[in-house]
Design a protein around this ligand. Structure first.
Ligand SMILES: Nc1ncnc2c1ncn2[C@@H]1O[C@H](COP(=O)(O)OP(=O)(O)OP(=O)(O)O)[C@@H](O)[C@H]1O
Length: 405
């Protein structure tokens, strides 16, 4: 395929430019549905459901050299599928992947209706995984068990034609950088989980990849090792000149390791931004739960937001039009009797659950506004909180964040 005029427009941009469309499934009609209409979220819900066995990932991804982007999302959102497509372990159905100006995958006649097939006559361009300048640290794709740590790390450079001695020298240097100089002769079975993960990272970085892919790199580690390895990984990512894409369930990993987050649900990006922006203004229930906020959708008019349920919330900052309103569980005060005095939002609620949450109790409230409230154990005892108990809930207007939907 080399020499084919696959990329008529020169694309000198460094970093990753990708439009990842992967369609899987047994129901081609569903798979063919257009994914370009952002308003039709229900289509994607259906596509992503396991019942009809179809799934469509449709994700645009631009990652600058030196930047780390985290893909965050619930189970089955398509995070791993996105990484596998980038790595070349899964062909695109549509779209394309360009890394440092080189086209890696593009189905012929991209229309969004393909089902993924990497045979030469269906593709304008297909670069196999081993020829992509990509380093991977995948959970299920760790180390070669029959090679020691040094040879695991030397494998990539050797494969790219580096002589044995030079590749081993480079590998020794990489192992030293992850603090494992003394473990070079050990087989993977003789390494701890954390050490194996560090060898995997050294191996992924040994070829100076233009793109580093990390799939749940810390998930298999115990809490203590995870903490140390996270700090170390952060250091390595900071020193990595190429782009990096990280997949994780863990918001702490995402917030600590990535420069930018992309939240994926049902195969599509639903929110994007740096950690501060995403956590301060969540746009879906998934991310609101992740960062521990109560989130509602409604329509703002001046200093009120009318929620979809009809409940009216008073806010401090004026806003008009479709809006989200969010507040922290810690902003909710609970009372036995209706509170009066300062202007706040008050409503009658029924306790549906009480759970320990750190050093306080998280109370789930049903009623006109389903919400979580955090109270101290003393307050819970005073209010005799238990499922079924009726209470008054209050949130000050100044505690409610309202922002455009
Ligand atoms: N080999 C496969 N064959 C068919 N469908 C698959 C396959 N692997 C994953 N899927 C489906 O593709 C969708 C996306 O899966 P993917 O593994 O990319 O999600 P994810 O966001 O990484 O989820 P998790 O966090 O659970 O790993 C899911 O609906 C899943 O059931």
């Amino acid at each position: 395929m080399d020499g084919h005029p696959v990329n008529p427009e020169p694309h000198p941009q460094q970093g990753l430019d990708a439009h990842l469309v992967v369609v899987r499934g047994t129901n081609p009609k569903r798979g063919n549905e257009s994914a370009t209409d952002d308003s039709d979220r229900s289509t994607h819900r259906r596509n992503a459901s396991r019942d009809d066995q179809t799934f469509r990932l449709d994700l645009r991804l631009r990652v600058e050299p030196g930047e780390t982007v985290a893909l965050l999302g619930p189970n089955g959102a398509g995070k791993t599928t996105a990484l596998r497509a980038l790595a070349g372990l899964e062909p695109l159905s549509d779209g394309g992947i360009i890394l440092d100006g080189a086209l890696l995958d593009r189905p012929r006649n991209s229309t969004g209706t393909g089902t993924g097939n990497n045979s030469a006559n269906t593709r304008d361009r297909w670069v196999p995984p081993e020829h992509r300048r990509i380093g991977v640290v995948f959970q299920d794709y760790l180390l070669f068990p029959h090679l020691n740590a040094l040879d695991n790390v030397a494998f990539g450079p050797r494969r790219r034609g580096t002589g044995r001695a030079e590749a081993r020298g480079l590998a020794a240097d990489r192992l030293a950088r992850v603090g494992l100089a003394d473990f070079a002769k050990r087989r993977p079975s003789q390494l701890s989980g954390g050490q194996a993960q560090r060898v995997a990272l050294a191996r992924a970085l040994a070829t100076d990849p233009a793109l580093l892919l990390l799939d749940e790199p810390l998930a298999a580690l115990d809490a203590r090792t995870r903490l140390d390895t996270r700090v170390e990984l952060h250091r390595h990512l900071a020193g990595h000149a190429g782009a990096a894409v990280l997949v994780t369930h863990d918001p702490v990993d995402a917030l600590m390791l990535a420069d930018r987050l992309i939240v994926i649900e049902d195969g599509r990006a639903v929110q994007e931004g740096d950690a501060e922006a995403v956590t301060a203004r969540p746009r879906t229930d998934y991310i609101a739960r992740l960062v521990g906020l109560n989130l509602y959708r409604g329509t703002a008019s001046g200093r009120t937001v009318v929620l979809e349920s009809g409940t009216v919330l008073a806010t401090a900052e004026p806003l008009d039009g479709p809006a989200f309103a969010a507040f922290a569980p810690s902003a909710v005060a609970l009372f036995r009797d209706e509170p009066d005095g300062s202007p706040r939002n008050t409503w009658r609620a029924s306790v549906s659950g009480v759970h320990r949450h750190g050093d306080h109790l998280r109370v789930q409230l049903d009623g006109p506004l389903r919400a979580a409230a955090d109270v101290t154990p003393a307050a819970a005892a005073h209010l005799a909180l238990a499922p079924g108990r009726d209470v008054w809930a209050a949130v000050k207007a100044t505690e409610i964040r309202a922002y455009p939907a």
